[in-house]
Every structure is written in C-alpha cells, then in structure tokens.
Design a protein. Structure first.
Length: 79
C-alpha cells in the first residue's frame, strides 16, 4: 500500500472535498470556523499537504453537507 500523499486517490479525495466545500458555498475560512480549526488546516488538506483521519473527514463532510459514503464510492474505482 502506497502511503504517499500524492497518489491518484489522494488527489481525487482532495478534489472531491474542494468541490463539496464550494458547492456548499463556503470559503476555506468559513469552513474552518464551522469546524473550529484554522484556515491553514483546510488549505493543507485541500492542497494534499496533510492527510485527514476518518473523524476529521466526517466532521468536514457534515459541515459541508455531503454524504461521506458518496465520497468513498467515488474513490473506489481509482488506484
């Protein structure tokens, strides 16, 4: 298993989270305020410089009004 932050799945995961945030009409700063973190936290995972753990992902999904299962489904076919 490749643990790189720069795999195809990692890149697609970042793209999906960015799209979800934008669809929700949120800036990085607004999302950061919703989940109680600094804007830099959002920027780092969106740029692929930081991984998210599952609990962070669920918090972000909830704050962005997305179904976490749909994100996971979109990633299944990417290697």
């Amino acid at each position: 298993m490749d643990k790189s932050l720069y795999t195809g799945r990692s890149k697609r995961f970042c793209e999906l989270l960015i799209a979800a945030r934008k669809t929700a009409g949120l800036t990085q700063t607004e999302l950061a305020k919703r989940i109680g973190v600094d804007q830099v936290f959002i920027s780092k995972y969106e740029n692929g410089d930081r991984r998210l753990d599952v609990l962070e992902f669920l918090t972000i999904a909830e704050a962005s009004n997305i179904n976490p299962a749909s994100v996971m489904q979109a990633l299944k076919s990417i290697s």
